[in-house]
Write a protein that binds this ligand. Structure first.
Ligand SMILES: Nc1ncnc2c1ncn2[C@@H]1O[C@H](COP(=O)(O)OP(=O)(O)OP(=O)(O)O)[C@@H](O)[C@H]1O
Length: 313
């Protein structure tokens, strides 16, 4: 039996990105320390925070909620946590993944808030798709983001934590870079805590420096129950290219994900005045918006009037 290079006791289970052969227990300990260090170094969590963790039932957010709960026990910060799940109304997909969310709530014993598109917008995602419009992900991205904010406001939270991992962030950085979208590159900086909006809701991505592989292994070794089926409406044309490139290159250079995230973090963007959108309140729903009508209200109006501007693929 080859023994773990860290504890010299248990059998080896995996190889770290810096080439160490380690056991299951040391792996769990190592990634929890990495995420704790990231939270600490970039001051992502304050003792007075009430954090809602966006949980979809998928591997990333299931691992995130589990890890934040364990980190809080190992290195108490005093922050408070609530799970929030958005039910987009996708039959055969979200209803199944919500079963995993309910399992997670039992397992972690945290409060859970479920917010749905039907109660918020009067339409399910399935219905939005039948009414046509841009590609489904564009609608879902805007509406889900707003639902998470509404739920955070409802429970009195000031922070939203999501399970985006290093691969997700690096894909977004690469896509924005290839599109030449400097304003978006600036916005996808994931390792700084700053008041993004006037209503005080802060967004944090504590898994930004973990690779997808590390998250999957963590969820596996921790025996977490999660839903691994891809969304019925997933459309990933451009993102898919960035993903394939990063995954292929990562085999030869394991540190590229981390390097990509950190390089973008440290790069100083030259933003033109017109790229800096001033935030105001939507005149219809009152949520934060860059114009007098928020993107969610605009989309819902178009859908209700049968004139979606965005094509569904
Ligand atoms: N329906 C939802 N309800 C609440 N939070 C969500 C929901 N969908 C996504 N999120 C949040 O946004 C993050 C990124 O979502 P994305 O759709 O890119 O899925 P993912 O990378 O596969 O993550 P996961 O494995 O957690 O589903 C998730 O980790 C989660 O924190």
């Amino acid at each position: 039996m080859v023994k773990c290079q860290l504890c010299d006791t248990n059998p080896v289970c995996t190889k770290t990105s810096d080439g160490k052969l380690i056991c299951k227990q040391c792996f769990i300990d190592r990634v929890e320390k990495l995420v704790h260090q990231c939270i600490d170094e970039f001051q992502l969590i304050y003792p007075t925070d009430h954090i809602v963790i966006g949980v979809s039932g998928g591997k990333d957010s299931t691992a995130l909620a589990t890890m934040l709960t364990r980190i809080e026990k190992r290195w108490p910060s005093g922050a408070k946590y609530t799970l929030v799940a958005v039910d987009e109304g996708i039959v055969g997909y979200r209803d199944k993944s919500l079963e995993c969310v309910r399992w997670l709530q039992e397992y972690l014993q945290l409060p859970l808030e479920i917010i749905s598109y039907i109660e918020t917008y009067g339409m399910t995602m399935d219905e939005i798709v039948t009414r046509g419009g841009k590609n489904a992900c564009s609608y879902c991205g805007v509406l889900r983001r707003q639902c998470l904010e509404k739920a955070a406001i409802k429970v009195g939270a000031n922070v939203i934590a999501t399970g985006h991992n290093g691969d997700d962030v690096a894909e977004t950085v690469l896509m924005n870079f290839l599109r030449g979208d400097v304003a978006r590159l600036e916005r996808c900086k994931s390792l700084k805590r700053e008041l993004e909006r006037e209503d005080g809701i802060i967004r944090i991505k504590p898994f930004s420096l973990l690779t997808q592989k590390e998250v999957v292994l963590y969820a596996h070794y921790m025996k977490l129950r999660y839903f691994s089926v891809e969304c019925t409406y997933a459309g990933t044309a451009f993102r898919g290219n960035a993903r394939t490139f990063l995954q292929k290159t990562q085999i030869l250079h394991p540190s590229i994900i981390r390097n990509c995230v950190i390089s973008n973090e440290q790069a100083k963007a030259e933003l033109k005045k017109e790229q800096l959108k001033k935030s105001q309140r939507c005149t219809v729903c009152g949520m934060q918006s860059s114009s007098s009508l928020c993107q969610a209200c605009k989309m819902m109006n178009e859908l209700r009037n049968g004139m979606p501007k965005i094509e569904l693929k």
